[in-house]
Each structure stands twice: as structure tokens, then as C-alpha cells.
Design a protein around this ligand. Structure first.
Ligand code: PRP
Length: 206
């Protein structure tokens, strides 16, 4: 039995689509209702959790593997193995500002609103640029519009949210997609099962 943590919400549909394409019968995953743990074929035990918790379950070895966005992995920076990049959840980390504003002009310390304070801190540390980072839980695009921040660091997928709110990308930070991760111990003790599961999904990157 391999324990697999899946991310609820944004990545859920594409994850199930990929699992189905890999030959796993996903009827129970699709019709799961409010059920959080689903066993298939006495072979796979799936749990559904929020992205950050997927990483925690895998880090602690409760789940052998997990499917989660690279954005969450970059923000949490936990000791899990990233074993494959998956072909969905593609987006970018971007620094965005109100259209027509030059983010880098002026001498004052800039304020950045973000759901990703660690990624933001790293990005500006690499530039040797001190910034004031404000953690926001959602609808980050509001922050510059309401004068809470000079800019935001967020994920951009279609760009529609930025566009419809008069914001533009000032700089791209990184490419994001869904990743298959594993617990380092499980990778040794359940190597064959994990690689079999990984091979079903895509070509491993390491
Ligand atoms: C994400 C992200 C942006 C938006 C980008 O938010 O934080 O707001 O999606 O997508 P787009 O480029 O296709 O417009 P999400 O929908 O996860 O909700 P949230 O703002 O409540 O976190």
C-alpha cells in the first residue's frame, strides 16, 4: 500500500485527470463526496489535504508521496524529495504593481503584500533590496489598489486577475507547476512502489 496525499482545490481536477490517464480507476476519487481518505485496489491510499498540509504529511512520513504545487514547496522549503514535475498547475511567480508605476523608482523602502513571504524575502534578499513584507491570505491584488502595498508577489496563471484590476507584471520570479514529492525514507523503503507510481504519471526528473 502506498500512501498518497493530494492537494484539494486548484490542482484537484487535473490531478484526478492525470491519475485516470495513468490507468488508475478514479471513480471513488471523483465521487468521494466529503470523504477524505480513499483506498483503491488495496494498493493506493489517497488523502485530500490543503497544499501546505500535503507537504507536512509527506515530510512526516504519514504519506509516502504527495502532489503539490511548486509554489508551496518553494515557500515551505521542507526536506522532501521532488521526484517529478507534472504537466499541470503551470503558472509563474511574479512581482506586480499598478500599471504605469515604476516599482524600482524612489528611495523609500517598498512594501510587498503576498501569500508567499519566504519566497518574497528570498527574492529581495538576492537583490540586496530591503522591503517590508505583509502576509496576506488571499485576493492579494487588492493590496496595491487599497494602498496597503507598493506591489505584490503572487502566482499568475492566465493574468486575468492582474489585468482586470489594473495591475501589471514588473518581473517574473520563477516557473511553477505541480510536483510529485516523496518522503526520503519512503523513497528507500517503498522504492519500487513509488517509482512504479511515478512512472505511471510521468517521466521522473531525478
Ligand atoms: C490565485 C492567485 C491570483 C490568481 C491568478 O488566487 O493568488 O489571485 O489565482 O490567476 P490568474 O492569473 O489566472 O488570474 P486564487 O484563485 O488561488 O485565490 P486567492 O486569491 O483567494 O488565493
Amino acid at each position: 500500500m502506498i500512501n498518497i496525499a493530494l492537494t484539494k482545490g486548484r490542482l484537484e481536477k487535473s490531478t484526478i485527470k492525470l491519475l485516470e490517464a495513468s490507468g488508475i480507476d478514479c471513480t471513488e476519487l471523483i465521487d468521494k463526496g466529503r470523504k477524505l481518505i480513499i483506498e483503491i485496489d488495496n494498493k493506493y491510499r489517497f488523502v485530500f489535504a490543503k497544499a501546505a498540509d500535503v507537504v507536512t504529511y509527506v515530510e512526516r512520513g504519514i504519506s509516502d508521496v504527495g502532489i503539490v504545487g511548486k509554489d508551496t514547496l518553494m515557500e515551505m522549503n521542507r526536506p522532501v524529495n521532488e521526484i517529478a514535475a507534472l504537466p499541470f498547475g503551470e503558472c509563474k511567480f511574479a512581482l506586480a504593481t499598478i500599471a504605469g508605476v515604476n516599482f524600482y523608482s524612489g528611495y523609500g523602502i517598498k512594501t510587498i503584500a503576498t501569500k508567499y513571504p519566504e519566497v518574497t524575502k528570498q527574492f529581495f534578499e538576492n537583490k540586496n533590496m530591503p522591503v517590508d513584507i505583509i502576509k496576506i491570505e488571499g485576493s492579494v491584488e487588492l493590496a496595491p489598489l487599497l494602498d496597503l502595498a507598493d506591489g505584490i508577489v503572487d502566482i499568475v496563471e492566465t493574468g486575468m486577475t492582474l489585468k482586470e484590476n489594473g495591475l501589471v507584471v514588473a518581473e517574473y520570479l520563477a516557473d511553477i507547476s505541480a510536483r510529485l514529492i516523496s518522503n526520503p525514507v519512503s523513497l528507500k523503503t517503498k522504492k519500487a512502489e513509488i517509482f512504479d507510481f511515478c512512472a505511471k504519471l510521468t517521466d521522473p526528473v531525478v
